[in-house]
Design a binder for this molecule. Structure first.
Ligand SMILES: *Cc1c(COP(=O)(O)O)cnc(C)c1O
Length: 232
């Protein structure tokens, strides 16, 4: 009888994913939360489709991209080969890319202005597709960063829900890189609670455990899964 072949080496990405999942589980345990209450969004921007396929082979089904063009280049083929993937757009969305984003994405995390709400509502009506939306809040009030200002967040949310009937299900933020993220996560969590938003997308490779302690339901992790990127 032939020897059973050795198990194939787990890909580096499978290893990294297992570690991130273990860290999520540990952070949930510390916070007294069910690990199933946190969705890991694997942010695959800049990494080729083959690496995404490695992650899929390791059981990952939820991915994030920050550019519509890149998502469009990578995901239709991946989806055809692997039904059941969920794609989040996590980068800023220009109105002239809204149609493609609605066609391609299951979740758009970066609703951040009235004009975008208007265009998304039109596209959703036209296409008969309703991706879930998150309101992105510029919690650090950084001029170069996307997101609605904290002081305007409630108004923009009301407009999106009531005026445009949009399916806004959560809030999202990216705290300033050089600050303790905890107060920013706490602010967003309180905002979501006040506004009846069930989901909170916060936490990246460097701070997802802190985000989980503050109630994150979605953590967006790139580097800790796929390795370093150049630039973005
Ligand atoms: C790139 C990116 C991430 C992932 O960041 P890492 O530090 O690599 O985990 C998360 N969220 C957004 C919006 C991003 O653009």
């Amino acid at each position: 009888m032939p020897d059973t072949p050795p198990a194939p080496p787990r890909s580096a990405i499978a290893e990294a994913l297992a570690q991130v999942r273990a860290r999520i589980a540990a952070a949930c345990a510390r916070a007294g939360r069910d690990p199933a209450s946190v969705t890991l969004v694997a942010v695959s921007k800049t990494h080729p489709a083959e690496r995404v396929a490695d992650a899929i082979a390791a059981g990952q089904t939820v991915f994030g991209e920050n550019r519509v063009q890149e998502a469009k280049a990578k995901f239709p083929a991946l989806r055809a080969a692997h039904p059941g993937l969920t794609l989040h757009l996590v980068g800023p969305l220009q109105t002239n890319k809204a149609a493609e984003a609605v066609a391609l994405c299951d979740v758009i995390e970066t609703l951040d202005r009235p004009r975008l709400a208007e265009v998304l509502a039109k596209e959703m009506a036209k296409q008969g597709r309703r991706p879930d939306l998150f309101l992105q809040v510029n919690v650090g009030e950084e001029p170069q960063k996307a997101g609605v200002a904290k002081a305007e967040a409630a108004d923009v949310l009301r407009l999106a829900r009531e005026e445009y009937g949009l399916p806004v299900v959560g809030a999202m933020c990216i705290p300033p890189v050089d600050q303790d993220p905890a107060p920013h996560f706490a602010w967003l969590a309180a905002f979501a609670r006040d506004q009846g938003l069930a989901h909170l997308s916060m936490g990246m490779s460097g701070d997802f455990e802190v985000a989980i302690a503050h109630g994150a339901t979605h953590v967006r992790v790139g580097t800790a899964i796929f390795g370093a990127r150049e630039g973005r």
